[in-house]
Write a protein that binds this ligand. Structure first.
Ligand SMILES: NC(=O)c1ccc[n+]([C@@H]2O[C@H](COP(=O)([O-])OP(=O)(O)OC[C@H]3O[C@@H](n4cnc5c(N)ncnc54)[C@H](O)[C@@H]3O)[C@@H](O)[C@H]2O)c1
Ligand SMILES: O=C(O)[C@H](O)COP(=O)(O)O
Length: 526
């Protein structure tokens, strides 16, 4: 595992990567050209907000499997490009929210009380309070745009100043507004009309970029204070400067000015504009959190495990992930069996979830099944991120259905693979906490614990076949660990599933296949 860290992360995070056996190169002052020259050597890249992870980089990054964003915002990462190539993007969305919230409050207080301006005068040995009258927060209205993680933390803290809080966020439920104790505004303009202080906490997207512009500032109360601790450009800087000139806006506090990391924003020229150089997450606590979390996630992702904060995968919280973990293993195992038993190209995959598993986040289990299905033919080129893209590109139709009830088991997954009119089915279950079992293949019933090496044979249900097979394996020094037989009395046929302790050579397989009554036999590796 070779990992390039292109921006500073906490020592603890670097240590964790090394402890997990990775070779880590910390190179935080590479030029773009230098980065592009060496990126082809690495399995993973860890960045913050200054490294542009885009098409130009992906084209050179021939080994890249994981991009770790040591932080929250992923606006510097081309997500489609990553997904297309099966590159998993992980971030640490919760690890620095408190620090970003506290800087927002800090900027808000500093802005409303002119703290930096006072500081600069006094440092210059000038004792002069004139022209810097501040504004109290008590009884003022703050308008929060984006009531997510940071917006909610800001709301909670500002309540203790005796402020009235209103918020605009069309993408969250009314109950979330109630839970945070904030008045909901249906329209952004309604919020702009009533607030004394505006603070933005949305991600930077096509929709939010410039969302606070000329029109929105035109309806604002005169003397508005604007705080942006989210991303540059969510508040349009040209409109903001115009509003400063016309005194619609009285003060501004900004953590990320346009042009980052170059200090080129025209806002820097205004005395009533306070700026910080994207320092929201720069606390020891946040960086330690972020560093350790991203190290864990990148390692898990490189090992092919499902990660809670994978940005280009269905969102899973840690608890949900713990609940589906064994089903991911089971699904992948079931998927892996198909191309090792059958040679027909897959046309359709029908997945049915029954019982307990039907109540879980099954979309990721379906991805695990597809990953397992295509892995034997595409090797490392398929993973959780691109499994459904791979299926689609191969013309495979995937359907998912759920039934809450199931006979005989508490929980059951059945995968039906359809190709050229033929159907292949496999079912599996999880007993107790983590006891995986394959319980059906093509209508034959078993209770098999999947193991790394297995022999699966179809045979005539007649005396002597099993014995001869055992003898031949013994001669070839292949030790049989377990053996199970499933039979269909209707057609005199049976299926044998053997778990063995070592690989089975082609020659041995041919001998076994030649036994009278063996219809076909396959060696399966899981
Ligand atoms: N300054 C820093 O150092 C720093 C640190 C961490 C995060 N951030 C930034 O802070 C911002 C918020 O982060 P978060 O963790 O709270 O994100 P979040 O995803 O938890 O919350 C964002 C909220 O914005 C809402 N939203 C999206 N589009 C919207 C729109 N058009 N109008 C109104 N609301 C909209 C979403 O519904 C969501 O509730 C992000 O831009 C993030 O990159 C900055
Ligand atoms: O999105 C984030 O996590 C913050 O904006 C911090 O960005 P940074 O890691 O570049 O400091």
């Amino acid at each position: 595992m070779k990992i390039l860290v292109s921006e500073p992360i906490a020592e603890k995070g670097l240590e964790k990567l090394v402890q997990e056996g990775a070779t880590v190169d910390l190179k935080t002052s590479l030029t773009r050209q230098e980065l592009l020259k060496i990126i082809g050597e690495y399995d993973a890249l860890i960045v913050r907000s200054n490294t542009k992870v885009n098409e130009e980089l992906y084209q050179k990054a021939t080994q890249l499997k994981v991009v770790g964003r040591a932080g929250n915002g992923v606006d510097n990462i081309d997500m489609d490009g990553a997904t297309k190539r099966g590159i998993i993007v992980v971030n640490t969305p919760d690890s620095n929210s408190v620090s970003a919230c506290e800087l927002t409050i800090g900027l808000l207080l500093a802005t409303c009380r002119n703290i930096p301006q006072h500081h600069i005068r006094l440092k210059g040995k000038v004792w002069d309070r004139s022209g810097l009258k501040g504004m109290e927060l008590l009884d003022k209205t703050v308008g929060i745009v984006g009531l997510g993680r940071i917006g909610s933390l800001v709301a909670t803290r500002l309540k203790s100043f005796g402020m009235k809080i209103v918020a605009y966020d069309p993408y969250i439920s009314d109950s979330r507004f109630q839970h945070v104790g904030v008045e909901k505004k249906e329209k952004l303009e309604d919020l702009m009309r009533v607030c004394d202080i505006l603070t933005v906490h949305t991600p930077k997207t096509e929709e939010t970029y410039g969302m606070i512009g000329k029109e929105q500032l035109a309806v604002a109360k005169k003397g508005l204070t604007v705080i942006n601790c989210a991303r540059a450009g969510i508040v349009n800087e040209v409109a903001l400067i115009e509003a400063l000139k016309t005194k619609i806006v009285a003060r501004v506090g900004i953590d990320v000015p346009e042009g980052e990391p170059e200090p080129i924003s025209p806002l820097l020229e205004y005395d009533n504009v306070i700026v910080t150089p994207h320092a929201g997450a720069d606390t020891k606590e946040a960086q330690d959190n972020v560093g350790v979390t991203i190290a864990q996630e990148v390692i898990s992702a490189l090992r092919g495990e499902m990660v809670p904060n994978a940005v280009n995968l269905p969102t899973l919280h840690t608890q949900e992930l713990a609940a589906v973990k064994n089903y991911l293993k089971l699904g992948e195992t079931m998927g892996k069996l198909y191309y090792q038993l059958e040679k027909e190209a897959v046309e359709k995959v029908e997945i049915t979830y029954r019982g307990e598993v039907a109540a879980m986040e099954t979309s990721v289990i379906s991805l695990a099944i597809l990953k397992g299905l295509f892995e034997p033919v595409l090797k490392e080129k398929v993973n959780y991120v691109n499994a459904s893209v791979v299926a689609k590109s191969r013309g495979v139709v995937v359907t998912e259905s759920k039934e809450s009830e199931v006979d005989s088991y508490l929980t059951l997954i059945t995968v039906k693979v359809i190709s050229k009119g033929k159907e292949f089915t496999i079912s599996g279950t999880v007993f107790g906490k983590d006891d995986l079992r394959i319980v059906e293949i093509n209508g034959y019933e078993f209770d098999v614990i999947p193991m790394p090496y297995m022999l699966i044979a179809e045979n005539m249900d007649k005396p002597g076949v099993v014995g001869q097979m055992g003898t031949l394996l013994g001669v070839a020094k292949v030790n049989i660990a377990t053996m199970q037989l499933g039979r269909k009395l209707t057609d005199n046929r049976a299926m044998m599933v053997l778990t063995v302790d070592s690989e089975v050579s082609k020659e041995t397989l041919e001998f076994v296949g030649g036994v009278d009554g063996i219809l076909r036999v396959r060696f399966v590796k899981l």
